[in-house]
Design a protein around this ligand. Structure first.
Ligand SMILES: C[S@@+](CC[C@H](N)C(=O)[O-])C[C@H]1O[C@@H](n2cnc3c(N)ncnc32)[C@H](O)[C@@H]1O
Length: 355
């Protein structure tokens, strides 16, 4: 059952250990030394004391570590992550107990089995922003209703690729009995296909939160009869061929020697070959295989290899029908390097058919 899936969430800490306490008059230098020695510290009195300690920790590390090159930034981030996660905050009765804390509904929703526990402060910050997004919803230009992304689920923050897909669906002339959405995330592509009249969408994700979140979002509504979910790799439980398969895969190759990367952002070298092999079996003879992609990996020099071009050239399974491109609108990035990069950034919609 979908509700039996274990969702990803920050691990609750239950400790009998006496912790060092931190408040506004605590000696900050001594506290940071403690963190460096691996000793956790508990934020007391006000939520803002946690923010204060994080800020001080950041300043301290900035002075201590160089933070210029990509490699240095990575070392900096790792050090910050390690130490900041030793800063803990207490939850009692599913609520943060320090004063002036934000109300975070996830504490009740995700931790039904424990009422009292500790969490690392940065994780609580993550839960807090995720709660705001979930509650307020996110407007997507091509969808009438807001998206309510579940905790720990990918959702789009730029929309150029969605505009491309929406335009393509507008002109799509094929039948609309069923479609498959691989890596459904917060559901945006499935919702678009349903908006354009697809009767049934079969979607998957390897991220349990995506599946649980959408199941909860749909409840017993009409939508739940149009969108069926399967928790699993690539096509999950879906074997039956469809007339349309869509995949908005991760856009960057995973860097070497880094584990625990976000599967919404980074792909490993097997993902595309496995996807195309499985898609070959699940695309109806006149069906369309649509991939949303971008030149981000190429312009950031992560790789010169383009996994879709490679498939078309060497796979022997699919041929190119068309590739639509769209320049990414410049965002509010401030650095010159970011601006140069954004100027060259394009999203791509690839339409493939059986060869
Ligand atoms: C870039 S996000 C796209 C999400 C959504 N389709 C959208 O367009 O906003 C990629 C999604 O694919 C999922 N994913 C990554 N690898 C996968 C795999 N092997 N099988 C199924 N889903 C996968 C991720 O968890 C993530 O939700």
């Amino acid at each position: 059952m979908i509700t039996d899936i274990n969702i990803n969430k920050p691990a609750p800490i239950v400790t009998g250990q006496q912790l060092e306490l931190f408040h506004s008059t605590t000696d900050i230098k001594r506290t940071i030394k403690g963190l460096e020695a691996g000793k956790p510290v508990l934020i007391t009195a006000f939520y803002s004391n946690g923010l204060l300690l994080l800020k001080e920790l950041q300043n301290y590390l900035k002075k201590k570590l160089p933070n210029q090159t990509f490699q240095e930034q990575r070392v900096f981030r790792a050090a910050y992550q390690k130490l900041s996660n030793l800063i803990l905050i207490e939850i009692v009765g599913h609520k943060l107990i320090v004063k002036k804390s934000p109300a975070i509904g996830w504490l009740e929703q995700l931790y039904a089995e424990t009422t009292d526990f500790l969490l690392p402060f940065p994780q609580v910050q993550g839960l807090n922003s995720a709660w705001q997004w979930y509650q307020n919803g996110i407007s997507i230009p091509v969808l009438r209703n807001k998206l309510h992304p579940y905790y720990g689920t990918y959702f789009p923050t730029r929309f150029d690729h969605l505009v491309l897909f929406d335009n393509w669906l507008q002109r799509y002339k094929g039948t609309k009995k069923s479609a498959i959405d691989v890596g459904v995330g917060s559901g945006v592509l499935s919702l678009l296909m349903i908006k354009h009249g697809f009767q049934k969408v079969f979607a998957t994700d390897t991220n349990p939160n995506a599946i649980v979140g959408l199941t909860e979002f749909m409840g017993e509504t009409k939508l739940s009869r149009k969108l069926e979910l399967s928790f699993g790799h690539l096509f999950g439980a879906w074997e039956k061929p469809s007339e349309l398969i869509v995949f908005n895969p991760p856009w960057l190759p995973e860097p070497n020697k880094i584990t625990n990367l976000d599967e919404a952002i980074y792909y490993n070298q097997n993902l595309f070959p496995e996807f195309f092999a499985a898609a070959k079996k699940r695309l109806l003879p006149n069906g369309k295989l649509v991939l949303l992609f971008s030149n981000l990996a190429q312009i950031t020099e992560a790789t010169q290899e383009h996994p879709i071009e490679k498939e078309i050239a060497e796979g022997g399974r699919f041929q190119l029908e068309k590739c639509l491109k769209r320049k990414v609108k410049s965002s509010s990035d401030k650095t010159k390097r970011d601006l140069d990069r954004r100027a060259a950034e394009e999203v791509e919609l690839w339409v493939l058919t059986h060869s």
